[in-house]
Design a protein around this ligand. Structure first.
Ligand code: NDP
Ligand code: MG
Length: 399
């Protein structure tokens, strides 16, 4: 039995993880769950999976959950509150696998705690890796934690690599393995065919309606701006020990190919499947074995055409910013991630326009690009300063 901790169990990835777990009660034991404030859903998950410990980051919501658990007579589930408790949960001895599926840099310290404790870490929370880069990967190397990518593109790349190279995130030598390029595919989001001039009219509801994937609101907006592909570009650099020039983004509107690995001899290996996160989740949960994920296989006879396009950086300035940040260094990546979280929040609450996201990101990166980041304390301090700065840009834009 794999003893599982799910950080962000009430989110899109968290729920998909529990969908896979539900199919295999003999393989997985849900030991702990964590969320921010979704009490009702957490209560349902407690009733079904009987974890030992639950964290609600919001203290008021932790109290509300405790009360509801008492009413249901579930008194042996321990409920902890606060962000620090996420770290306690992630490093508990009773856990061997941690699904890192909190959204944003809020998941950083808990994911890092799981890494430092040498757990098998299933990484969905790409922002944690983007914001801390080498510090994160060095912690993986030092502890010997097993890091498995959940992001569908990175999971696809992982599946297309030779077995020996897969095992060592951050230290693999893909050139020696004959890899000439990583082809990171992206759908282009819901506005790929919209004229650039109309993008300032985009509403949060339109941005969250992704054509192929059903995801949380933050990553949906990131997919629409292609910041998501930018974060994934940086994520790929760290996971597979690559240089930025080794990675090429390819638009593939159907999201059937989840990414590709090109080899020196001209071979290109692709991983395909219906766009459903239960596939990479099942892959990582059971690696190196394969288990049923509940996802139907691709039907090639009804499948739509496979199309490919080059990226238009004028339409997707956030992707260009991220690739440039990846080349510039950690200060730029930490700044870009923090500014983007603030800008996306402001867009979702209708404080700024869709097209303002890139402007706030660019101004923030330009200001903090040469900041040195060499410890986790530096990451947290820079992240905070950038958030304050990005907020001030939003306030100024309003007046
Ligand atoms: P959701 O918004 O659906 O879920 C976020 C989860 O994180 C919820 O459980 C939420 O709890 C919890 N959470 C939010 N803020 C905090 C906080 N401050 N402290 C603790 N927990 C918090 O996001 P997704 O599931 O879509 O995405 C999660 C991560 O996975 C992101 O990093 C995303 O980039 C990545 N990812 C997602 C994919 C997808 O298909 N959805 C694909 C690839 C990667 P609550 O419900 O209580 O608010
Ligand atoms: Mg992805």
């Amino acid at each position: 039995m794999q003893k599982l901790c799910i950080l962000g169990s009430t989110g899109s990835i968290g729920k998909s993880t529990l969908d896979v777990v539900r199919l295999h009660p003999e393989k997985f034991n849900v030991v702990s769950l964590a969320a921010h404030s979704s009490v009702e859903l957490m209560l349902e998950q407690c009733l079904e999976f009987h974890p030992n410990t639950v964290v609600m980051v919001s203290t008021a919501h932790a109290e509300a959950l405790k009360k509801q658990l008492r009413e249901k007579n579930l008194v042996n589930i321990q409920v902890l509150a606060g962000a620090k408790a996420l770290e306690t949960l992630a490093e508990q001895d009773t856990t061997d696998t941690v699904m890192a599926a909190i959204v944003g840099a809020s998941g950083l310290l808990a994911t890092l705690a799981a890494v430092k404790a040498g757990k098998k870490v299933l990484l969905a929370n790409k922002e944690a890796l983007v914001t801390s880069g080498a510090i994160f990967i060095d912690a993986v190397k030092a502890s010997g934690a097993q890091l498995l990518p959940i992001d569908s593109e990175h999971n696809a790349i992982f599946q297309c690599l030779p077995l020996g190279e897969q095992q060592q995130p951050g230290t693999c030598d893909l050139a020696a393995a004959g890899v000439s390029k990583i082809l990171l595919t992206g759908s282009g989001g819901p506005f790929r065919t919209w004229p650039i001039a109309s993008l300032n009219q985009v509403t949060p509801a339109q941005a969250c309606a992704h054509p192929n994937w059903d995801m949380g609101r933050k990553i949906s907006v990131d997919s629409a701006t292609m910041m998501n592909k930018g974060l994934e570009f940086i994520e790929a650099k760290w996971l597979f020990n690559l240089e930025p020039d080794d990675i090429q983004v390819v638009l593939h509107p159907q999201s059937t190919i989840h990414s590709m690995v090109q080899y020196k001899d001209g071979s290109v290996l692709a991983q395909m499947g219906n766009p459903d996160m239960r596939t990479p989740i099942a892959h990582a949960l059971s690696f190196p074995q394969r288990i049923d994920s509940g996802v139907a296989p691709l039907d090639f006879f009804t499948a739509k055409a496979f199309e490919f396009e080059a990226v238009d950086f004028v339409k997707y300035p956030n992707l260009k910013l991220a690739i440039d940040a990846c080349k510039s260094g950690q200060g730029a990546c930490t700044a870009l991630n923090a500014a983007n979280e603030i800008a996306v929040d402001a867009f979702l609450s209708e404080t700024i326009k869709f097209t303002d996201i890139a402007k706030i990101n660019e101004t923030s990166v330009n200001k903090f690009v040469s900041e040195k980041v060499s410890s986790i304390e530096d990451v947290i301090a820079l992240d905070r300063r950038v958030r304050v700065f990005a907020q001030s840009l939003i306030l100024n834009a309003k007046h």
